[in-house]
Design a protein around this ligand. Structure first.
Ligand code: ADP
Length: 383
């Protein structure tokens, strides 16, 4: 008898990723992506059709999806607003609340709602659980989550720093504790999630106390196509000087900025190839990316008082030794020192890359959001 699995669904506006994961072992029984949902000429007209195709693909893969073998369906939901601090079993009331949060995540939450509707119809006999990207950051102290704008406006429209990538930050921070053989509530750490989207978090005793993304996933670090922090006055400037409207400014900052805006490529491997060939724009993009990361590492050291661990994760963080070295270069005086040999070694396992005896342990820990979701779902609905 094989162990029951969790079907993890990540529904975006035009794509839907799925993975059938066994929470206890991490075994992936099936996975795939349905693309071009709702695009003109695409056979996948909506999320209902996407779910139908996922079911067909799973059957074709020969996986057993009877309720005995399918524990639950776990849904990644980007925005949980101020309320959802934990995974939750989805009923009609929860679905209405997720839908109500669409103003805060206009691109993401409507897709999640569509995916949830479709999946509940396709798999009516198992629980459906929403796991929120913001949940881990509902613990941010008010001083960290509050923007200094008129209080009434912020309260009425729920404007605050929410943070995103929470599932990854939580999973990685627990994996760090396991790797170090310590209890997570005993120490302070900084996690740097560097993928296409990038975010940093400060975690005190397992609890998130600051993070670089804000009301939206645009704030903070330099990303593949997103600017991260800019002067808020830039919006007015772009409007007055270039005549851009809000939609155009949004596109410029979300889709045409970051590494792509600076060097013409958003993929870090391509950036490195350009940098290797002496491309000045690519070098500047790398330097700006590193400078912003140093800025956040410094800020979080000040907020935490000290960090026992600093961890790199996600595509860039796990795979780019030069970047890791550059970010922590020159911090020996703070007890942070990367060992070049350990840093250069390739591995898919969690590992320490700091020098022996350094005050702060520096690690590389692969993230796994699907497994993290499957594990949280399994904990909630039980086996
Ligand atoms: P997402 O945010 O979409 O989950 P990933 O975590 O997969 O993104 O990260 C994507 C980024 O990681 C890209 O910029 C890519 O160039 C970089 N990356 C992925 N694999 C490697 C690798 N083996 N070496 C260097 N960079 C990598």
């Amino acid at each position: 008898m094989t162990s029951p699995a969790v079907l993890v669904i990540n529904a975006g506006s035009s794509s839907c990723k799925y993975q059938l994961v066994v929470p206890d072992t991490g075994e992936v029984r099936a996975k795939g992506t349905i693309d071009r949902i709702g695009e003109s000429g695409s056979p996948v007209v909506d999320h209902v059709e996407a779910m139908r195709q996922i079911s067909i693909a799973l059957v074709a893969d020969g996986v057993d999806l009877t309720p005995q073998r399918l524990l639950a369906v776990g849904h990644r939901v980007v925005h949980g607003g101020p309320r959802f601090s934990e995974p939750v079993v989805v009923d009609d009331a929860v679905l209405a609340e997720i839908s109500d949060l669409s103003a805060l995540a206009p691109l993401h939450n409507p897709a999640a709602v569509a995916g949830l509707h479709a999946a509940r119809t396709s798999y009516p006999d198992v629980p459906h659980v929403a796991v929120f990207d913001t949940a881990f950051f509902t613990t941010l102290p008010a001083a960290a989550s509050t923007y200094a704008i008129p209080r009434g406006v912020a309260e009425q429209h729920r404007i605050r720093r929410y943070g995103f990538h929470g599932t990854s930050h939580q999973y990685v921070s627990r994996a760090v504790a396991e790797t170090l053989g310590r209890e997570v509530d005993e120490f302070n750490q900084i996690v740097l999630h560097l993928g296409n989207g990038c975010s940093a978090s400060a975690i005190r005793g397992g609890v998130a106390v600051d993070t670089s993304m804000g009301l939206t996933p645009l704030q903070g670090l330099v990303m593949g196509t997103r600017s991260g922090d800019v002067d808020p006055g830039l919006h007015t400037f772009l409007h007055h000087e270039l005549g851009l409207d809000v939609a155009e400014i949004d596109t410029l900052l979300n889709k045409k900025s970051g590494l792509k805006g600076l060097a013409g490529v958003n993929d870090f491997r391509e950036l490195e190839a350009l940098r290797g060939s002496g491309d000045e724009a690519a070098q500047l993009a790398f330097d700006v990316y590193v400078h912003r990361l140093k800025h956040y590492v410094g800020a979080y050291l000040a907020i935490l008082g000290s960090a026992d661990a600093i961890t790199f994760t996600a595509g860039v963080g796990e795979n780019n030794p030069a970047l890791r070295l550059a970010v922590l270069d020159g911090l020996g005086g703070l007890g942070i020192s990367v060992d070049p040999e350990r840093n250069a070694a390739r591995s898919s396992q969690p590992r320490v890359i700091s020098r022996e005896g350094a005050v702060t342990t520096v690690l590389v820990v692969p993230t796994n959001e699907e497994l993290a979701i499957a594990t949280q779902v399994s904990r909630l609905v039980g086996t």
